[in-house]
Design a protein around this ligand. Sequence first.
Ligand code: URA
Length: 234
Amino acid sequence: MNKKINQKILSLIEYYNLLNIDLLINNSPINRFNNNEKLANDLGKSQQLEELKKMIGSIKNCELKNSANKIVFSDGNIYSKIMLIGEGPGAQEDQEGLPFVGRAGKLLDKMLEAINLNRKKVYISNVVNYRPPKNRRPTDQEIERYYPFLKLHIEIINPKILILLGSTALNAIIGNEKVISKVRGKWMKKKIGNCDPYIIASFHPAFLMRQPDQKKLAWIDLKLIREKMKQLNF
Ligand code: URA
């Protein structure tokens, strides 16, 4: 277990180095590597997440970040075995700094409640952490830029079930060739770094608000998630 955490933190440090930011406050050139390893041993999950959040906050020359009010990092239980990924923050999320707190979020809360889940039982984040201007879809370039952070985020949370809400999350995690209407309702497996979750894609709640007749399919997906939770004993 410690080895896995070490690996995550060491990759975190690598990203910091890529960004030219020293993770360690210590400026001494002596024993730097040992210090990194010590840090990896010492950091718990919440600290790893704090470091990741700081790292995202240090992004430079990003249109999303430049036009946004707040970073929208995550909400929910960091120890949950269920992680949901949306597309990116909207206006309300940008004001509050929390994912899925607007109208789509209210629907998401109802969907979760239908299978006896809530924000204390799941963990929620997005493909990009800053609101795209005018709520446009993040570009492929933006998705690529944020993907290393998303991957680390998933590795730190290490969910057993990963729920991809909408095509942006599906394409970011599984690939651009996949179409949500074809792959939804089926369990997929894909290793994301050290994490090997059961993955399911379902419609984004904002899409369901525009196309309420599709809610019956979303309900099928929710029931699959409930069954998987039973199977996995949680
Ligand atoms: N839509 C998303 O994809 N994410 C949010 O956080 C809010 C709306």
